[in-house]
Design a protein around this ligand. Structure first.
Ligand code: FES
Length: 175
């Protein structure tokens, strides 16, 4: 007996079954897509909000940090116009103290903000100089004045007490 399959529209089993499966696939697709969206939004929120706040705090100069005070030199041991190198805040953090007048001292971390070469005080030129690529910094502010450096040297705040100069805190650079 010949099949009557070709005379029926739609076929009993085929179309009906295919439609159900297609709907389920669509639901799964939609759910999967929503999951991906929510996941991406979560990752974005986590990566942007808290870390952004921390970074902003650092960049706005709120990252000033006080360390245990460290004696750099006796006042009597540093003539006006001279400089002395020291380590602060850690034993591997190079820094420089310069005495500009009877009572005025400035100090900076002296790793060049270009590629971290040591920066020297050149009394005759009245500037701090990086020999690597001829970078120069203003001794009063630590701001770059020539060459490739774009950021100031991080300032170290000092205080004079009982005839000695102490390093107190590191001030982050401001943008
Ligand atoms: S490292 Fe100081 S100018 Fe390049």
């Amino acid at each position: 007996m010949p099949s009557d399959k070709n005379n029926k529209i739609p076929f009993n089993e085929d179309n009906y079954t295919h439609n159900i499966e297609r709907d389920n696939e669509r639901k799964l697709d939609r759910r999967g897509f929503m999951k991906t969206l929510v996941g991406a939004a979560g990752v974005f929120a986590i990566s942007s909000l808290p870390w952004g706040a921390i970074a902003a705090k650092e960049l706005m100069g709120l990252g000033e940090k006080e360390y245990p005070h460290k004696k750099i030199t006796d006042v009597s041991g540093l003539a006006i116009g001279d400089a002395v190198e020291f380590k602060f805040p850690g034993d591997h953090d190079d820094a420089i103290l310069i005495r500009l007048s009877e009572t005025k001292y400035v100090a900076y971390q002296n790793a060049c903000t270009h590629l971290r070469c040591p920066v020297f005080w050149v009394k005759e030129e009245g500037e701090m100089i990086c020999p690597c690529h001829h970078g120069k910094f203003d001794v009063e502010t630590g701001a770059p004045t020539a060459g490739p450096p774009r950021r100031p040297l991080p300032e170290i705040q000092v205080k004079v007490e009982n005839g000695a100069v102490y390093a107190v805190r590191v001030k982050r650079y401001e943008v």
